[in-house]
Design a protein around this ligand. Sequence first.
Ligand code: ZN
Ligand code: ZN
Length: 310
Amino acid sequence: MTQALTEQHHDVSQGQTMRRALLHGPHDLRLRDERRPEALPGEVMLRHSAVSVCGSDMHDHHEGGTGPAAIKAPTTPGHEFAATVIGGSGERFGLPDGSLVAADPAQNCGHCEQCLAGYPNLCPNVRFLGSPGVNGGLAEYVPVPPHSLFAVPEDSAPALTALPEPLGAALHALDITNIRPMSGVTVLGAGPIGRMIAQVARVCGAAHVRGEADVLEATICPDAPDQAAQVARIGGRVTLVGIPDGDRFEMNAANARRKAPIIKMSRRMGQIYPRATELVSRGRLDIASISTHHYDLKAVTHPKRSVPTM
Ligand SMILES: [Zn+2]
Ligand SMILES: [Zn+2]
């Protein structure tokens, strides 16, 4: 997983400007100098310290969007980010200056049927930072509401503090798969999400895979859901997490009908940040190995470095 880190801040005129990355369309990521934003009442001003590049960012970068959510206006990517509280803006929310925080990018409405039923990850009105049309964290300064921020221990590495978002996606996928202790689990996909799912499955008590298993699919391959159904145990569970290239996937009907697995689509996550940050801070996962490449913010427009190879 590639991460952009800001080590040196770009102060053009006494700190009044900043750099922001903007995705204009497929393979068109640019850096812009602009006026630093100000925190509105009820917002906390953050100075970014690390942003991870997600598979959905890669779809946006390569295809100009993820499914029907297309980039129509230049948008700052970055929904997996860690940052530091500055300017006294977090004091009244219990976040003193210098606090390192993980930011939850999902701002659900809180009053729709799905939110009220306890499924904020399915909120149709969600405002998701870093998705097409909503600026995310790949800028030097970002104002964020305090309820979206989760403080982490002071000695946490910023690069790891950006990872509770994808880790939350892994936790959610396992939650809805209802992994049973010492049951078999197969994970398709060895990208960051697949590797996190495999690690958390072990923490949940999954045994090594021996034959029949429940399956979690976390790839970009349109035929991976079919493979998942092929290797699933009869009557088992198949959870689809990945976003397929081309926004379509395939599944052989006869196999799926005969095995009759419970097939679920995993959509983002609910209120999982506290659990995700706890897992990281307690050292229960080898999360550091997920973070493979670090670049300065200014490198995001470098044609080779802006697209990680995983
Ligand atoms: Zn993500
Ligand atoms: Zn809602």
